[in-house]
Design a binder for this molecule. Structure first.
Ligand code: CTP
Length: 206
C-alpha cells in the first residue's frame, strides 16, 4: 500500500492533479480521501456562526478523525468517511463506505501541516499556483458551486484565505517531496513523473 499526501492552496488545481494521476495509473485500486470531508461538524453552532468559522486554519479540521481513518485503511480496515456540506457548513449525516486499496491519496489545503499525518504519507506533493490564478478560480467556484456572492468571496480571501495561506499552507511546501508547478498543459509532465514514481514504488512494495 502506498499513501500519498497532496497539498496546495485553494484553487491550486489539486483536484485536476488527482484526476490526472487516476487516469494515468489506470487502475481501480486507488481511493481518494478529501480533507474537505473532515471539516469539524460544528452543528451545535447556529448557521450564522458556522459561516464565520476560519476554514483555512488547521484547527477547523478534525485531524484526529482523519488520522484514525488513514491508520485504519493502512491496517486493511474499511472506514466510513463523513460527508460535509459547503452550503450548510456542517456534516450531512451521510457517510461514504471506503475500503482499503493499494494506493490511498489524501488531498487538501492543510494535509502537510500536521506532523503526525505527514508521518503516514509515503510520498508528499505540493501543487503550486500563483495567487492571482488561485483567486480567479476560487471566485468562479464559490459563486457557481457554493452559493456565495462576490463581495463575500473577496472579503474572505483578504481577511482569511490570504493570511492563512501565508502562515500555514505555503510553509508546508517545505515538506513536499515533489512540487508541481503552475498548471501548464494540465501538468502533464509532472503527472507522468509522479505516476511512474507511484508505479515503481508499488511494484517494489509487493
Ligand atoms: N471552505 C468554505 N466553506 C466551508 C469549508 C471550507 O468555503 N464551509 C473553503 C475553505 O476556505 C478552504 C477551501 O474550502 O479554502 C478548501 O477547498 P479547496 O482546497 O479550495 O478545494 P479543492 O477542490 O480541494 O482544491 P483545488 O482547487 O486545488 O482542486
Amino acid at each position: 500500500m502506498l499513501v500519498i499526501g497532496i497539498a496546495g492552496g485553494t484553487g491550486s488545481g489539486k483536484t485536476t492533479v488527482v484526476n490526472n494521476i487516476l487516469r494515468d495509473l489506470n487502475t481501480e485500486s486507488v481511493i481518494v480521501i478529501s480533507q474537505d470531508n473532515y471539516y469539524k461538524d460544528n452543528h451545535d453552532l447556529p448557521l450564522e456562526e458556522r459561516s464565520k468559522v476560519n476554514f483555512d486554519h488547521p484547527r477547523s479540521i478534525d485531524f484526529d478523525l482523519l488520522k484514525t481513518h488513514v491508520r485504519a485503511l493502512k491496517n486493511g480496515e474499511t472506514i466510513e468517511q463523513p460527508v460535509y456540506s459547503f452550503i450548510t457548513h456542517t456534516r450531512t449525516g451521510e457517510t461514504i463506505l471506503t475500503h482499503p486499496q493499494s494506493v490511498i491519496i489524501v488531498e487538501g489545503i492543510l494535509v502537510l501541516t500536521d506532523a503526525e499525518l505527514r508521518e503516514l504519507f509515503d510520498v508528499t506533493i505540493f501543487v503550486h499556483a500563483d495567487s492571482d490564478e488561485r483567486l480567479i478560480r476560487r471566485v468562479r467556484r464559490d459563486i457557481q458551486e457554493r452559493g456565495r456572492d462576490l463581495d463575500e468571496v473577496l472579503s474572505r480571501y483578504q481577511d482569511t484565505l490570504k493570511p492563512m495561506h501565508q502562515q500555514f499552507i505555503e510553509p508546508s511546501k517545505n515538506y513536499a517531496d515533489i512540487i508541481i508547478p503552475n498548471m501548464k498543459k494540465g501538468h502533464s509532465v509532472a503527472v507522468k513523473i509522479l505516476s511512474s514514481v507511484i508505479k515503481e514504488k508499488l511494484n517494489s512494495k509487493v
